[in-house]
Design a protein around this ligand. Structure first.
Ligand code: C2E
Ligand code: CA
Ligand code: CA
Ligand code: CA
Length: 278
């Protein structure tokens, strides 16, 4: 297994790769991961560029198997294909809302928690009802929960997706478009999405200090977001130089290793307490 950076995630070699037979094994293992309590969420801090404050966290899924943390990149695509993403996604929503409510109780701060929602999960019957149930059961403040969806949810049935986004917004939730710029959505659609935030994908951020086209795309995305009244966050910000450029372009927030890596819940809790005193 090779290291994949971040919070010491491993990427599996032959034993868990997508070769047909082995893939079925992995599916079976993942099927039991929830009941065996092998899934956990790590939380990556997001920083406001105006004042350097902690703005919230993105919840990122990890699978703990035999002492190692497996990257979601290694199992989310398979979970998406097999449909396992639906029960896993439900678990993620329950855990992130439970954690957000607990932090609020314990620290007095309505800490923002962003949750990744896969396209299949978004389209599954009962998605909205489940979310409503979790909000009620955990008592979490809905405006402190943000759902990150990708542009691809719009491809299949845009009218239905937009209607669902309105319902979610009606619950008081925040909505973000994840991996912005990597999908297919047209600008005309974007203006019809009732969203709050754009997340600029890290593929644009990575080379923006050396490739002028990338920097043009990032600047244009920030202007576009602002002209639509949206908050703009850049992900995968690794260096001080990138942070400085983004601040100069009036990007609102950043997320990336130059601020903090994804943290286990207990460390995120300490981050909240320090962040509040900045
Ligand atoms: P994403 O939504 O684009 O999440 C950002 C990814 O970038 C995370 O990878 C994060 O650890 C990583 N990252 C953060 N800062 C930096 C940085 O400065 N440099 C670099 N190179 N990478 C950085 P991670 O945690 O491995 O997650 C990979 C993807 O798996 C996520 O990409 C997301 O699409 C998916 N994912 C994660 N958790 C969930 C989940 O609960 N549900 C669903 N459906 N998908 C999830
Ligand atoms: Ca995300
Ligand atoms: Ca991304
Ligand atoms: Ca994503």
């Amino acid at each position: 297994a090779r290291k994949a950076g971040g919070d010491s995630l491993v990427t599996y070699g032959p034993e868990l790769t997508a070769q047909t037979g082995e893939r079925l094994d992995m599916e079976a293992l993942l099927r039991h991961a929830i009941e065996r309590d092998e899934l956990e969420l790590h939380y990556q801090p997001q920083q406001g560029l105006r004042d350097g404050r902690l703005m919230g966290f993105e919840a990122l899924l990890r699978w703990r198997r035999m002492g190692q943390l497996i990257s979601p990149a290694d199992f989310i695509p398979m979970a998406e294909e097999s449909g396992l993403i639906v029960p896993i996604g439900k678990w993620v929503i329950e855990e992130a809302c439970r954690q957000g409510a607990e932090w609020h109780r314990e620290t007095g701060a309505a800490v923002q928690v962003a949750i990744n929602i896969s396209p299949r999960q978004f389209a599954a019957p009962g998605f909205l009802a489940h979310l409503e149930g979790v909000l009620a059961a955990t008592g979490v403040e809905p405006s402190s929960i943000e759902l990150e969806i990708t542009e691809s949810v719009m491809v299949e049935n845009a009218e239905m997706a937009i209607a669902l986004l309105h319902r979610l917004r009606g619950l008081g939730l925040k909505l973000a478009i994840d991996d912005f710029g990597t999908g297919y959505s047209s600008l005309a659609y974007l203006s019809r999405f009732p969203i709050h935030k754009l997340k600029i994908d890290q593929s644009f951020v990575r080379n923006m200090h050396t490739v002028s086209e990338q920097s043009t795309i990032v600047q244009a995305t920030i202007s576009l977001g602002h002209s639509l009244g949206l908050t703009v966050i850049a992900e995968g910000v690794e260096t001080e130089q990138q942070r400085t450029m983004l601040a100069a372009w009036r990007c609102d927030e950043i997320q990336g290793y130059c601020y903090a890596r994804p943290l286990p819940a207990a460390m995120a809790r300490r981050f909240i307490e320090n962040g509040l005193h900045l």
